[in-house]
Ligand binder design. Structure first.
Ligand code: FE2
Ligand code: FE2
Length: 473
């Protein structure tokens, strides 16, 4: 269905045919805008930003580019087209028709899944709200705002499901999504990571590389759901999500490239010398990776989970790329799970369905490695021995079987004392963070970049890098 932009709320769900739903969402809309103005990017609300807006769900040509003031962005409701032949792809209900309505017995579980996903979207906007003041270029400033408005749209996507399918409870949850705030002592966001402020751009690129990629894998699991409106919502969100990871991927590549240039100019890889020249030394980047990767791993939940088994059995949440598996019931399979055993490690077989969080986590880890390999090739070509590595999935975990168990980044068990003694080699210290912060200054001349980051290879939508991506008001 085509998207009607004359509507107050652009949508492809035929909102006009359901007046009650339409009125309820039109009532939520000004509350959303109030939230955006109060908790979204500070300032810049009257700047013209070169943004893309979804205009259809067709994979080719789904977006339109143009200058928009952020509060005028057309947040809307877009679901991937319905496939009437689609059947449930996994679990005990395998092969039965997809659900168009929420089955009563899954109502509260589905609502919780949608609320948890929905909560992360505005949370990340709140976490990033101050970054605009220190953007390393107008190109990057635009990238930040693109991510922010699309996270706002992802909130719309979840709020639509709550309003359309969960009655009064759903409407109340939609209100609550605007009441909880990242880092708020009384009403924090649901997941821990989403309460940490992101106050420097290295962290922003880490977040968009590692944390948005967790989002990708959550969405991929929900895109398999037997609840068809949820599956189709998530399918389209994935289209937007790809750009967020592009920002992280190219951002970290550009930081690395700039550091290598400085190392070459100076003829040294000495971290202190590199820092004095205004670039971020590679060991510091590695420490940030260790921090962000390990915190993203926790978002997948416990390695062995009866909830995960239930979600899979009942068809609520599948495995990413379920179509690639031979056995969609996973009832007779087992999964080899390693866990701490005293000071050592033991291995046991658990039912595959209970291991779905870990299956998803490992798919995520493989996806994370792609960028690492590419950046390492750049370092190798520049003639240096340093290599980025992802720490072990056991390292610095707060959730799951490895929680509060000390290991080194290679995953070897160590004593808590040794972890304390060495953690400054593995994780960003206050001094590291202060150094990274000291580099954060806004660069606002079109085409110019801060000294710690290389320019992108190309601009957005066939424009040059010098294009004025944000017209500062
Ligand atoms: Fe999102
Ligand atoms: Fe995202």
């Amino acid at each position: 269905m085509a998207i009607d932009y004359q509507e107050k709320i652009p949508n492809n769900v035929d909102l006009a045919s359901d007046r009650t739903l339409q009125r309820a969402l039109e009532h939520w809309q000004p509350e959303f805008l109030n939230w955006w103005k109060g908790m979204g990017p500070t300032d810049f609300q009257s700047s013209d930003v070169y943004l893309r807006t979804a205009i259809s769900v067709d994979p080719k040509g789904w977006a339109d580019y143009g200058y928009v003031k952020m509060p005028d962005y057309r947040w809307g409701i877009f679901l991937a087209d319905r496939d009437p032949d689609r059947t449930i792809g996994f679990g005990d209900e395998y092969g039965k028709p997809q659900w168009q309505q929420v089955p009563a017995e899954h109502r509260s579980t589905l609502r919780r899944l949608i609320v948890t996903q929905g909560d992360t979207e505005p949370a990340s906007v709140e976490q990033q709200r101050l970054l605009g003041h220190t953007a390393p270029s107008l190109y990057d400033l635009r990238g930040l705002f693109q991510v922010n408005v699309e996270e706002g749209r992802h909130l719309w996507a979840m709020v639509y499901l709550l309003h359309a399918h969960f009655g009064r409870d759903g409407r109340e949850e939609a209100e609550e999504l605007l009441v909880r705030h990242s880092g708020d002592t009384d009403k924090p966001r649901i997941l821990g990571t989403f309460n940490e402020p992101i106050s420097d751009w290295l962290s922003f690129f880490m977040f968009t590389y590692f944390t948005d990629r967790d989002g990708k894998y959550q969405l991929k699991s929900l895109a398999e759901s037997a609840f068809d409106p949820l599956a189709r919502t998530c399918q389209f969100m994935l289209t937007e999500e790809a750009h967020h990871m592009f920002i992280g991927d190219t951002g970290l590549a550009r930081v690395t490239r700039r550091t290598l240039e400085v190392m070459k100019e100076l003829g040294t890889d000495d971290p202190e010398t590199v820092r004095k020249a205004g670039a971020i030394d590679l060991p510091t980047i590695q420490k940030y990776m260790n921090f962000w990767f390990s915190s993203a791993l926790d978002l997948f939940g416990s390695e062995s989970s009866s909830n995960a088994a239930l979600y899979f059995a009942s068809g609520l949440k599948g495995r990413p790329d379920e179509g690639g598996y031979d056995d969609h019931s996973a009832i007779n399979e087992t999964y080899k799970l390693e866990s701490p055993d005293g000071a050592g490690v033991k291995s046991e077989d658990i039912p595959m369905r209970n291991a779905m969080n870990d299956v998803t986590r490992l798919a995520y880890v493989r996806d994370c490695e792609i960028g690492m390999t590419r950046w390492n090739r750049t370092i190798e070509r520049a003639g240096y021995d340093f290599r980025y590595t992802l720490p072990s999935t056991r390292f610095r975990r707060s959730i799951g079987v490895w929680a509060n168990f000390s290991t080194d980044p290679q995953g070897r068990p160590i004593s808590a004392e040794r972890f304390e003694a060495q953690k400054n080699e593995w994780l960003p210290t206050e001094a590291d963070r202060a150094f990274v912060h000291s580099l954060m200054h806004a660069v606002t001349e079109p085409g110019k970049m801060a000294a710690w980051i290389a320019p992108p290879d190309r601009g957005i939508n066939n424009n040059t890098v010098e294009y004025e991506y944000v017209r500062l008001a």
